[in-house]
Design a protein around this ligand. Structure first.
Ligand SMILES: Nc1ncnc2c1ncn2[C@@H]1O[C@H](COP(=O)(O)OP(=O)(O)OP(=O)(O)O)[C@@H](O)[C@H]1O
Ligand SMILES: [Mg+2]
Ligand SMILES: [Zn+2]
Length: 547
């Protein structure tokens, strides 16, 4: 029977888990020192290795001859757990078993010693799905688990867990997997399958999968179903409309008033037998995203887009007026209704041509779009060229992927070419590049739950929390701007302290923020705002330690 790739290539040891050293290395070290905790919490986005690591951990704590913290895979316990003859590792899927009954039975049976292994391990997957009553039933056992019991809770939605659960578990955060690492793993798997995978194609798969290795392996599976030699075109075909790139390009065509580009893209997708009414629906959804980005400071929760998608939407929304976006949404919704009847292709083409040609249109909406374009000097150049125009300059520069939080800020976007819709563009030009700290501060709102974050921080280190005494914080877009005594910023000069603060912020807010100072910078703000602040601290005579 055919086994899907992501099952077939589920790592059996920590060393084979890709891109999660903060989990695997730490766990191996602790296990080597014989320090198993009684409750673990594995969190992070989907398909990044939580269940995989939970299973490895369950075997590693029980293995008779562990190898550097990894299970040996050969002893009777490893084998017994693998083939299911030993029942001391129990997996519960809370998504399908969210009743209090199932937890009660765990709690009841947990008092008995394990049958064959050292520990009885309960893996509770999707633990956020447990009902309130079930949580409560679990809490007591979590609080004082019998010595032979280990809980491993896994969830994608850690913000849904009660603080009482969080505080009882040793927590590990799984990151979206870096595209290069993911591509390397995909090439490895393709090789093991005796197939060929182009590096470009592997990277494309990694991008579409957006950090989830399971999704990447599924897509690779589909690609291999088409051809044993996977090229980028095979990936496009297999991914169907998943390539949001086309949506972005169609929207760029609208922003650049470039109907020819739009028709070229539609032609390509049509030739690839894409479902055009689905494309239209996705494009309408994309324009909704643009609309949200135009009118909301933090559209994140409504968008349900990945970080990269959100940045892309913000970038484009900065280049379009709200009127244009609304008009696009309207046109696409209308086209969608008509698509269900007549010739799909013609309907979609007409909508796109109208969308890309406001000058043809005399409706008030189109007039508004045209005025907006004149006013803000919309300056999108040709489609497919990245464009760097921001209307409000509010949009925060993309934070590097979660996997590399300490990375340098990305270099500024390219200089746009001569505007196609030629109009003076003073605002747009001023807003090029990264958002200024000033702009961030101007748009900041006081963040009420800051004391909660300090409390979180205090559980790690009292002295760090004390350095923040009397501080407050403000939220602006992706940034958490901190108003604190210099001593606090001095601490934040250290990457690990910044990481700890970010971690506390993520725990409390359920989303990551970048950090910045809540003060006016003296000049250039293109650097990490913390560095800027450090310089000021130095200037003020505060001794600041280099990293
Ligand atoms: N970090 C990783 N290293 C190697 N393979 C991985 C990794 N993450 C995921 N995979 C692959 O994806 C499959 C699914 O991973 P896993 O079930 O561990 O994800 P998960 O984080 O539990 O996802 P979910 O949140 O959806 O439950 C694995 O069988 C494996 O093939
Ligand atoms: Mg899982
Ligand atoms: Zn073993």
């Amino acid at each position: 029977m055919y086994k899907v790739l992501y099952r077939k290539y589920r790592p059996q040891v920590f060393s084979d888990v890709v891109g999660q050293p903060q989990v695997t290395v730490t766990l191996k070290n602790e296990l080597m020192r014989g320090r198993a905790a009684h409750a673990y919490l594995f969190t992070g986005s989907r398909g990044t290795g939580k269940t995989t690591c939970a299973r490895i951990l369950a075997r590693a704590v029980n293995c008779l001859h562990p190898v550097d913290g990894d299970p040996c895979g050969e002893c009777e316990v490893c084998r017994g757990l693998e083939d299911g003859s030993m029942m001391d590792v129990v997996e519960i899927d809370a998504a399908s078993n969210n009743g209090v009954e199932s937890v009660r039975s765990i709690v009841e049976e947990s008092v008995f010693t394990p049958a064959g292994a050292k520990y009885r391990v309960y893996i509770i997957d999707e633990v956020h799905m447990l009902s309130g009553a079930a949580f409560n039933a679990l809490l007591k056992t979590l609080e004082e688990p019998p010595a032979h019991v280990i809980f491993i809770l896994a969830t994608t939605e850690v913000h849904k867990l009660l603080p009482t659960i969080l505080s009882r578990c040793q927590r590990f955060d799984f990151r979206r997997i870096d595209p290069e690492l993911m591509a390397a793993r995909l090439m490895e798997v393709a090789g093991l399958e005796g197939a060929e995978l182009d590096h470009d194609a592997a990277l494309l798969i990694a991008r579409v999968a957006d950090g989830a290795l399971r999704d990447a392996l599924s897509l690779l599976d589909q690609c291999l179903g088409r051809d044993r030699h996977v090229t980028p075109d095979i990936v496009y075909a297999a991914a169907g409309l998943a390539s949001r790139e086309y949506l972005g390009r169609l929207a760029e065509a609208a922003a650049a008033w470039d109907p020819a580009a739009a028709l070229g893209i539609i032609d390509r997708l049509h030739r690839e037998s894409k479902d055009l009414s689905r494309l239209c629906a996705e494009l309408a959804e994309y324009f909704r995203g643009l609309m949200l980005c135009k009118i909301m400071r933090d559209p994140g929760p409504l968008l349900q887009a990945s970080g990269e998608e959100e940045r892309e939407l913000r970038r484009l929304s900065g280049a379009m007026g709200l009127g244009t976006v609304l008009r696009g949404l309207d046109l696409l919704e209308n086209a969608l209704n008509r698509l269900r009847g007549g010739d799909q292709r013609v309907q979609l083409e007409m909508a796109m041509v109208r969308l890309c040609s406001p000058e043809l249109d005399t409706t008030p909406e189109s007039l508004i779009s045209r005025i907006e374009a004149l006013e803000s000097g919309i300056a999108l150049q040709r489609v497919s060229e990245p464009v760097a125009v921001k209307e409000e300059g509010f949009t925060a520069e993309p934070e590097p992927p979660e996997a590399v939080p300490e990375a340098e800020p990305e270099p500024g976007p390219k200089e746009p070419e001569a505007p196609k819709a030629a109009a003076p563009a003073p605002r747009a030009r001023r807003a090029e590049g990264e958002p200024g700290l000033e702009e961030l501060i101007a748009g900041a709102q006081r963040f009420g739950a800051w004391p909660d974050i300090l409390r979180q921080l205090g559980t790690d280190s009292k002295s760090v929390a004390m350095a923040f005494e009397g501080s407050s914080a403000y939220v602006s877009g992706d940034y958490m701007l901190i108003d604190a005594p210099e001593i606090a910023f001095e601490l934040l000069k250290k990457a690990d302290q910044r990481a700890r603060l970010r971690e506390a912020i993520t725990r409390v807010t359920g989303r990551p923020y970048k950090l910045g100072p809540y003060r006016k910078p003296k000049s250039d703000v293109k650097e990490d705002p913390i560095d800027e602040l450090m310089r000021r601290a130095r200037a003020a005579g505060v001794p600041v330690e280099e990293e």
